[in-house]
Ligand binder design. Structure first.
Ligand code: SAM
Length: 190
């Protein structure tokens, strides 16, 4: 058996902790692949909150969810993920089982609209407070586009400084592939 592809790996890591009835956040819905994955994991009894700053991404994702009969459990917001507290009911703070960030630009979309270092760090910081104990957050980091290196190192520096007592932070990277994305996995300790 070969090792999973890098994006499939995030689904594996999240799938281990997110089950039916759970609550999840997709911080960057993009083309909706991760949103659909989360929606299937939590089922109709769960809840997924999805964010993107582009209407195109929200529309593509909504269409994908409808096609797969998985739209009922998902709320999509045309909003910056740094403002997630505006849209998610406060009662869910500390109760989110999984949070996914897939950074960079919308594939097949406008490559100038990208996630940025400070907003991403701030959003991830906020998100870590919404995570439940035992919950996991994944961040896929890309370095091949302008600003990507700076964003990746800002986020990695922030994650490295998270208190060991509260969090475990892993960083997964394919070392022998040029500019391969890497994955940060943040787990909140129980
Ligand atoms: N997870 C997606 C999927 O499964 O198809 C791919 C996400 S794509 C790599 C990154 C997305 O982040 C883009 O659609 C972009 O519009 C969005 N984005 C950029 N800055 C954002 C922000 N501040 N808040 C929310 N979304 C943002």
């Amino acid at each position: 058996m070969s090792l999973p592809k890098i994006l499939a790996y995030t689904h594996q890591v999240i799938g281990e902790v997110l089950s039916v009835g759970g609550i999840a956040i997709d911080a960057t819905v993009g083309n909706g692949y991760d949103t659909l994955f989360l929606a299937k994991q939590v089922g109709s009894q769960g809840r997924v909150y999805g964010f993107d700053i582009q209407q195109t991404a929200i529309s593509i994702t909504r269409k994908r969810l409808i096609e797969h009969h998985a739209s009922e459990q998902v709320e999509l917001f045309l909003n910056n993920h740094a403002l997630l507290h505006q849209d998610i009911p406060l009662v869910y703070k500390g109760k989110i089982g999984a949070i996914m960030f897939n950074l960079g630009y919308l594939p097949n979309g406008d490559h100038q609209i990208i996630t940025t270092a400070h907003t991403t760090q701030y959003a991830a910081e906020q998100a870590s407070e919404w995570l439940m104990k035992g919950g996991r957050m994944t961040l896929v980091l890309y370095t091949g586009h302008s600003g990507g290196e700076a964003e990746a190192s800002t986020v990695i520096n922030w994650a490295s400084s998270l208190p060991t007592k509260q969090f475990r932070v892993d960083w997964y990277q394919i070392l022998n592939r040029h500019q391969a994305p890497s994955i940060l996995i943040i787990e909140k300790n129980t």
